[in-house]
Write a protein that binds this ligand. Structure first.
Ligand SMILES: [Zn+2]
Length: 150
């Protein structure tokens, strides 16, 4: 794939040890544009948009933001907790935004399945349709998101 200078810069920022210790690519050997395209195709197949997923994630994060690490039960089937930690993360896609470091853990009471995301994950999904590379510790599979969040 022929990448522009800007695309190459993004590629670099996604690697381990640049913005975060583990980076965003995991063991995925694809270009980030290919990862985005494959996940967009998956969303299409699932009949949902990245924005709809991000809205739902944002809702859970907002509901649990000010609870100081206490768990909150919602809609009779979700347990949610958000931990706000020190530090901020810049967007690897060269956005001006810097994101508060907060982690939300959502557990389905009925199935026991859970998801964990950061404020940056939420931004990457909403604005860049980037769910991270396979094997990345913060990779979120669209199928898992749809199954667990709704
Ligand atoms: Zn961004």
């Amino acid at each position: 794939m022929k990448q522009t200078t800007k695309e190459k810069r993004i590629e670099h920022r996604l690697q381990p040890g640049v913005l975060t210790l583990s980076g965003f690519m995991g063991t995925d050997k694809r270009y980030w544009q290919e990862i985005v395209a494959a996940d967009e195709a998956k969303l299409e197949e699932l009949g949902i948009t990245a924005e709809e997923i991000a809205d739902r994630m944002q809702y859970f994060t907002d509901q649990s933001w000010d609870l100081f690490d206490r768990e909150l039960e919602l809609e009779g089937k979700f347990s949610v907790e958000t931990e706000v930690v020190r530090g901020k993360l810049p967007c690897p896609f060269s956005h001006a935004g810097i994101y508060r470091k907060a982690f939300t853990i959502l557990t389905r009471i009925d199935t026991g399945e859970s998801l964990r995301w950061s404020s940056l994950n939420l931004h990457l999904i909403r604005d860049h349709h980037f769910f991270e590379g396979i094997g990345s510790p913060f990779r979120l599979n669209p199928e898992d998101l749809v199954r667990i969040l709704f």
